[in-house]
Design a protein around this ligand. Structure first.
Ligand SMILES: [Zn+2]
Length: 210
């Protein structure tokens, strides 16, 4: 499971200042009253854009590790939200091929081919689009009218770190949002929702005839 480590640090600041040493999780997210053996559990390493660490805890009763992911990191994939956002923004202003030719993905090998770079860029553009569509669905009045593009969201939020800002804005929804914005929900046990949700009769969400 991932929880948010709320920080305004960028990767460079976090790496230089050993930000993971300041991460603090006083109580178990599964057992707020304690007595479950919840304890610090070292760190795990991330390698992109450079080596840094994420602080981690463990609850023996829930059989779960809990990582405190700082806001700048992409979740469940390498790299940072800023890098992914910038890639999507560049494609918005030019083409995938031009962006791929100019971008040297930190996650890819140095001898990256153009075809690899194009795939790398396309995946990030796709992920950002999926995230923005989901966020627009959660906060329709906040972003309408306008298309789910990085340019529009940056303009609305008044920042060039829009994905990082969305970690705060969509905090209550992070465990339901897709990567690289959404945080990993508890995944050690069975899927959180194994059965489809029950339809409630008379719900105003479904007006089509049966
Ligand atoms: Zn616990």
């Amino acid at each position: 499971m991932q929880l948010r480590f709320k920080t305004e640090l960028t990767f460079d600041g976090y790496a230089t200042e050993h930000g993971w040493e300041r991460a603090n999780l006083p109580t178990c997210p599964f057992h707020p009253k304690g007595r479950c053996g919840f304890a610090a559990h070292g760190t795990y390493m991330r390698k992109v854009p450079g080596v840094a660490y994420v602080a981690r805890w463990y609850c023996p009763e829930a059989h779960a590790t809990i990582g405190l992911l700082p806001d700048f990191y992409a979740s469940r994939m390498p790299g940072t939200l800023d890098e992914i956002e910038e890639t999507a923004a560049r494609v918005g202003a030019s083409t995938v091929e031009e962006t791929a030719a100019k971008t040297r993905p930190a996650a890819a090998p140095a001898a990256v081919t153009l075809a690899t770079a194009v795939r790398w860029v396309r995946l990030r553009v796709h992920l950002v689009r999926v995230i923005l569509l989901a966020v627009f669905g959660i906060f329709p009045e906040r972003f309408a009218p306008g298309a789910p593009t990085v340019a529009h969201v940056r303009e609305r939020l008044g920042t060039t770190r829009a994905l990082v800002a969305l970690r705060e804005i969509a905090e209550a929804h992070l465990h339901a949002l897709p990567k690289p914005l959404g945080l990993n929900p508890r995944s050690r046990d069975a899927p959180m929702r194994a059965d489809p949700p029950q339809q409630s009769p008379g719900s105003d969400g479904d007006l089509s005839p049966a």
